[in-house]
Every structure is written in structure tokens, then in C-alpha cells.
Ligand binder design. Structure first.
Ligand code: BGC
Length: 465
């Protein structure tokens, strides 16, 4: 039976984030947020997946699932619990974790900032404060001194676009501001500057590290392609949400939306790889009846598959072909590309096998076209604390009962392991785990024709488009 083979050395892994898995993080803004009852389910991260004490057991599971990479993040509030006071023991524990990954053949990707801020930093205005970049640079120096000799792949920020829109536009994340566009631009700018500073710190510490970023890239399309208002609104979403951070890195100017224009010359070209996280597709409509939502309505494209529903949140529709379309667009940045998150809230594991099989097929197609895509990190290994959705949404290849800490692998874990083991998507594995994806993954060849992905309805706009 047929198989879609991946280039040698392709990375198959999972991504995680400190606050979502470690447990016991009590010095950050999310701990405060949870105490204030701001999680829709009323949950708290609590012990999370108990990784601070015992990540190694889950690293063993990742190894059993044939993975060869794993992304973690460091928790700033553990390393610098009070301003200017650094905890050497915390740094040593992170060193232990990085070494534990390597000992299991899992290439560590280390992210410096994944949504959480130390409480002391949050109290002084976090990324809106004048000295934010300096403080983050100083933190990065300590982390680089402690870990750069053992870790060569670094991600500076996870999804600055989600951090700003959830925290300053939608009010779903701390600090809970709504419609605060002035702060949104200020924070985005500070993060871009901090990214550039961290890039240089890491390279000074060790010249051969690979330092990149990861942004959340969604697929937007006008609900009615014939409506000018829908098209303009869609374009604005693409530019403001998908495009701004990347535009800053490519050009040294935050943009491309005019109201965002700020020069950040030091950021231009500060990336050794381009990382992206992809979840949903959304249709965008201009809606006169919604002044409170900025006259915008977002809808799941009709007919697309959807994951479990969140509370006051939607991921839109799922179509893994988005991975191929985005990777192709990002290839203009001229650097290796990594999918650093992709997954679906799906407690019953009904769609995840389909999603994984289709993701592999889409990536294979784009690699064949010459795109330098080097790895796929699924979100995530074990069900973990899903931010404002608490324990309500489940993204794990492995199910977790957060009370008993009992883990139960889902079927999709077996499919993932089969792909990673063979470094290929094999027809027999798709037949076994996701038969509904078979025809899309292995389309019958029409004589003389190579099947092509559909044309993108939306895009990640940068300087070239
Ligand atoms: C975030 C993760 C989160 C995932 C699923 C991404 O935006 O980086 O932390 O768990 O989406 O919601």
C-alpha cells in the first residue's frame, strides 16, 4: 500500500507550555486570574500535569510514541519570582528537564514566553511598562547562561498576536482589557523589541543556536466574497492578527495596518526559523448590527468540521490543508519552517485521527513542492490546563484525569506513533485509524494530473503580497 515519506530528520513532536503542565505556579498573573474566578469553568491550573515534579514520566511516554522532539517553555515567574531575584534551583530544574529530553532522543525546543507574566511584572503594567524590554532581556540573559549550552532551538514568544488580542481586545486573558487598541499596539511593539533583544542575547551566548518565533495563523475568508465590506474586514483581520508580528520581523516596521506603523529596525531579520501555530478557519462578515463587536461577525465556514465547543470561544472550522497553505506563504521568509502547534479540542477523539492524517498529507504535499518544512509539533501530549477554558477542552494525544493524574492514551496517539516511527504516512495506518481521511490523503491519480491543494481563500500577508 502507498506511503507518503518525509525527509530524513523530519521532527515529529508535541508542544507544551509551562503554566499548562507544570503545576504549582503561584507567582504569575494566571494564578491571580484563576483566584479571581475568571476561568469560565471555575477551574484552576492547580497541579496541572504535575510536570514540575515529574515531567520525566511523560517524556518517557513521548519516547514510546516514537517522537523525536518536544517543545516546552520556561516559566519566568519561577526563574525570577521577585524583580531582580533569580532562583538558581529553578534554572537547574529546567536544565534537568532539557537533559532528560535529550537523553530520550527528544530534541528540545525551548520557548521563553508562553502567555504568563510574573505577578511583579504584571503589577507594573507588564508589556505596557517602559522597562519591559530591558526586564525581559535581563531574564533571557540568565536563561541563556544556564541553558544555551544544552539547548540549541529557541522560540522567543508564543503567539504575541493571541496574547494581545485575548488580553487587550477580547478581555479573555489577563489583564482583561476590552477594545484597548492603544495598549494592543504598545504590547505588540514591546514584544517585537523583546524578541529582537532575546535573539541577540542567545546568539551572543552561543553563536550556533537557532532562534525563532511562533505566531498563531488562522485562515480568514470573506463570508460573501462579492461584498466589498466583507473583503475589507477580512483583509484587516489578516493584516492585524496574522500579519503584524511577521511584518515587523520582515521589514523592521510593525504593520502592515497603517495605524500600527512603528519602526522597529532592530527586529528586521531576527529569526533563524519561522514557526507557526494553526487551528481554525473562519469566515469574516461586516455586520452593521454589531457595533459592540466592531461591526464584525466571525463564522465557522459551512460544512467544515468543528471540535468540542468552548465557552465564549470558537476555533472556527478545521481543515488541515491550512498547514500547507500557510507553510507555503511563510516560505517567502527564506528560513526553515516549523509547525509549532496544531491540534483540536476533541475529548472523545472522534476527529483527531482524521486531523493528524490529513495534516501529514498536507505537509507532505507542500514539502514535495520544495517548501523547507522541517517539523510538526502537535498540540499536545497530555490534556492540560486550557487557559480561560480551564479543564473544559481536551487537546491531548493522551487523556488526563487531573484529579487522579491517571493517563489513558487516545487512539490518535497510536496513529501519531505510527507516522513518527516510519517517518511516513502509510496507507495501512490511515485505513486503520482514520479511514474517512483515506481518499483525501491518497487521492486516486487521474492520468497525467498531480492532485493540488485548493486555492487559499485568505492569507498571511507580508511585504510581498
Ligand atoms: C496556545 C496554547 C493553547 C492552544 C489551544 C494556542 O493558542 O499557544 O497554549 O493551549 O492554543 O487553545
Amino acid at each position: 500500500m502507498s506511503a507518503l515519506e518525509f525527509p530524513k530528520g523530519f521532527l515529529w513532536g508535541v508542544s507544551t507550555a509551562a503554566h499548562q503542565v507544570e503545576g504549582g505556579n503561584e507567582n504569575n498573573n494566571w494564578f491571580e486570574w484563576e483566584k479571581q474566578g475568571r476561568i469560565h469553568t471555575g477551574d484552576k491550573a492547580g497541579l496541572a500535569c504535575d510536570w514540575w515534579r515529574n515531567a520525566e514520566q511523560d517524556f518517557d511516554r513521548a519516547k514510546q510514541l516514537e517522537m523525536n522532539a518536544l517543545r516546552i517553555s520556561v516559566e519566568w515567574s519561577r526563574i525570577e519570582p521577585r524583580e531582580g531575584v533569580f532562583d538558581e534551583k529553578a534554572l537547574l530544574r529546567y536544565r534537568e528537564l532539557v537533559l532528560a529530553l535529550k537523553a530520550r532522543g527528544l530534541r528540545p525546543f525551548l520557548c521563553l514566553h508562553h502567555f504568563t507574566n510574573p505577578t511583579w511584572f504584571e503589577r507594573q503594567g507588564a508589556w505596557t511598562a517602559d522597562n519591559a524590554v530591558f526586564l525581559f532581556e535581563r531574564f533571557t540573559e540568565r536563561v541563556a547562561e544556564a541553558l544555551a549550552d544544552v539547548c540549541s532551538d529557541w522560540v522567543t514568544f508564543n503567539e504575541p498576536n493571541v496574547y494581545t488580542s485575548m488580553g487587550y481586545v477580547l478581555g479573555e486573558f489577563p489583564p482583561g482589557k476590552r477594545g484597548d487598541f492603544v495598549s494592543t499596539v504598545k504590547v505588540m511593539l514591546a514584544m517585537l523589541r523583546a524578541h529582537a533583544a532575546a535573539y541577540r542575547v542567545l546568539h551572543r551566548q552561543r553563536s550556533d543556536v537557532q532562534v525563532g518565533f511562533t505566531v498563531n495563523l488562522q485562515r480568514f475568508a470573506p463570508e460573501n466574497p462579492k461584498s466589498l465590506a466583507d473583503r475589507i474586514t477580512t483583509r484587516f483581520f489578516e493584516d492585524a492578527f496574522n500579519g503584524s508580528f511577521v511584518h515587523g520581523l520582515e521589514t523592521g516596521v510593525l504593520g502592515p495596518v497603517r495605524a500600527m506603523w512603528r519602526t522597529v529596525g532592530e527586529a528586521k531579520g531576527t529569526y533563524d526559523f519561522a514557526g507557526f501555530n494553526h487551528y481554525g478557519w473562519m469566515n469574516v462578515a461586516f455586520d452593521r448590527k454589531r457595533p459592540a463587536d466592531g461591526y464584525v461577525r466571525l463564522e465557522t465556514p459551512p460544512g467544515m468540521r468543528v471540535g468540542d465547543p468552548g465557552i465564549r470561544a470558537t476555533y472556527g472550522g478545521f481543515d488541515p490543508n491550512g498547514l500547507a497553505l500557510i507553510a507555503e506563504e511563510l516560505s517567502r521568509m527564506g528560513k526553515p519552517i516549523y509547525v509549532l502547534e496544531h491540534g483540536i479540542p476533541d475529548k472523545a477523539d472522534k476527529l483527531r485521527p482524521w486531523l493528524i492524517a490529513r495534516a501529514a498529507a498536507a505537509m507532505h504535499q507542500v514539502i514535495k513542492k520544495g517548501v523547507d518544512l522541517r517539523g510538526y509539533f502537535h498540540w499536545t501530549l497530555v490534556d492540560n490546563f486550557e487557559w480561560a477554558q480551564g479543564w473544559g477542552l481536551r487537546f491531548g494525544l493522551i487523556e488526563l484525569d487531573p484529579v487522579t493524574q491517571v493517563r489513558t492514551p487516545r487512539r490518535s496517539a497510536e496513529l501519531f506513533a505510527a507516522i513518527a516511527k516510519h517517518n511516513a504516512l502509510r496507507g495501512e495506518d490511515v485505513q486503520r485509524y482514520a479511514p474517512e481521511a483515506f481518499d483525501d490523503c491518497f487521492p486516486a491519480k487521474v492520468a497525467g494530473q498531480v492532485p493540488e491543494a485548493g486555492q487559499p481563500p485568505g492569507g498571511v500577508r507580508g511585504v510581498t503580497s
